[in-house]
Design a binder for this molecule. Structure first.
Ligand code: KIV
Ligand code: ZN
Length: 409
């Protein structure tokens, strides 16, 4: 991993689009409107959901999980309206392994140009015993009935084995084999409680693809939760072993600690194409807009130091970093701010800032000071930065205006 290989707009070694292999394409399945909305306090109105879906569709998201139609009349209506309006994305609805759920879901996605039914059942011993009170045979029986029913409505059927990472491997293989036999075209492997480690998740995907009959005819998908902060790492580990769909949400919104963050998955794939041959159809320049929209409609702030879309993701305060970035941005940035939809890096003026950044800031504010005046202003700026947590442009303007006025006295 040589530093010369770090991928920015200048040094990006990504192959041109026409050289990309279709087999390496990673399908981006966004579940902000379903799993994201399940997060306490993140409820969105009908209008807000339409707005988010429109942006996801425009951004190049392959599959939008628009909701859980049986959950409420509101969810049904929003899934149906999103299905009506989507121009490019496949519109998906979630359903439990129950016939009324699946039929309701089929009705909701009917207006879509391309619709998908996603049905799931818990497969782990904990879920079998405490959630449903059923044995392995009954799980298999329900998979058979639910997937077959879904397949009678559409030829795009996704099946998920909830809590897959805590399910006995042999039984998991049998469940997946049954789902494939009954017509599932995508098999999703959720790490429902964010328990897996990256090497374990990678091994699981590899084992399933090698062992389950029919695995080569369907798409394997990852669905990783972030309880241990490993959702993105686990998803990427799954991709390296053959998963070709990643389920994720904008800003990593989701149950408990959230889901894998879409912007992190996409930019990791984009930025490290030198190390991974994968690619997505996402217009990365829309990531910041999507993050801001989801944050605004859910009233969930994005943490300042959040990768890719946090306020500080392209901000530099230390003098060494600011000096480096001003000389060549690649010194401290592995992707360009423009690639995620920002106009430029943000040089934050504070006590760690050096002369180089201060001079650039003055230039940006329209000041040109002689050497002595500059030195005086710099000393006063440092003193101010020691007293004040944030030094705003207005503070610098006031300080320099004062400097100029004193010089004229
Ligand atoms: O986390 C999970 O297991 C889910 C399933 C419904 C796919 O969200
Ligand atoms: Zn989930």
């Amino acid at each position: 991993m040589s530093s010369e290989k770090t991928s920015t707009s200048e040094s990006n070694t990504k192959s041109p689009k026409e050289e990309r292999r279709e087999d390496d394409r990673v399908i981006i399945f966004d579940t902000t409107l379903r799993d994201g909305e399940q997060c306490p306090g993140a409820t969105m109105t009908f209008e807000e959901k339409l707005q988010v879906a429109e942006l996801l569709d425009e951004m190049g998201v392959d599959v939008i999980e628009a909701g859980f139609p049986i959950a409420s009349q509101g969810d049904f209506e929003s899934v149906s309206e999103i299905a009506k309006r989507a121009k490019n994305s496949v519109i998906c609805g979630l359903s439990r392994a129950q016939i009324p759920d699946i039929d309701r879901c089929a009705e909701a996605i009917k207006p879509a140009k391309r619709g998908r039914i996603h049905t799931f059942i818990g497969t782990s011993p904990l879920h079998r015993k405490y959630q449903m009170g059923i044995d392995q045979d009954e799980v298999l029986n329900r998979i058979e009935k639910s997937v077959s029913r879904a397949r009678s409505h559409t030829d795009d059927v996704e099946w998920s084995c909830m809590d897959a990472t805590r399910t006995e491997e042999d039984f998991l293989c049998r469940c997946i084999e049954m789902a494939i036999k009954c017509g599932a075209t995508t098999v999703n492997i959720p790490d429902t409680v964010g328990y897996a480690l990256p090497h374990e998740f990678a091994d699981l995907i590899k084992m399933l693809i090698e062992k389950v009959p029919g695995a080569d005819e369907i798409v394997f998908s990852t669905h990783c939760h972030d309880d241990l902060g490993l959702a993105v790492a686990n998803s990427l580990a799954g991709v390296t072993k053959g998963a070709r769909q990643v389920e994720c949400t904008i800003n990593g919104l989701g149950e408990r600690a959230g889901n894998a963050a879409l912007e992190e998955i996409v930019m990791a794939i984009e930025t490290r194409s030198d190390a991974m041959p994968y690619w997505t159809g996402i217009d990365t320049t829309m990531l910041t807009r999507a993050s801001k929209l989801v944050s605004a409609v859910t009233a969930f702030p994005v943490q300042y130091n959040k990768a890719i879309v946090g306020r500080n993701a392209f901000a530099h305060e230390s003098g060494i970093h600011q000096d480096g970035v001003l000389k060549n941005a690649q010194t401290f940035e592995i992707m360009t701010p423009e690639s995620v939809g920002l106009t430029q890096s943000n040089l934050v003026m504070g006590k760690h800032s050096g002369r180089h950044a201060f001079r650039e800031k003055l230039k940006e504010l329209g000041y040109e000071l002689g050497d002595n005046a500059f030195e005086d202003a710099f000393v006063r700026f440092k003193a101010l930065a020691d007293r004040k947590k944030h030094v705003y442009d207005e503070d610098i303007e006031a300080l320099v205006d004062q400097e100029i006025a004193t010089a004229h006295d």
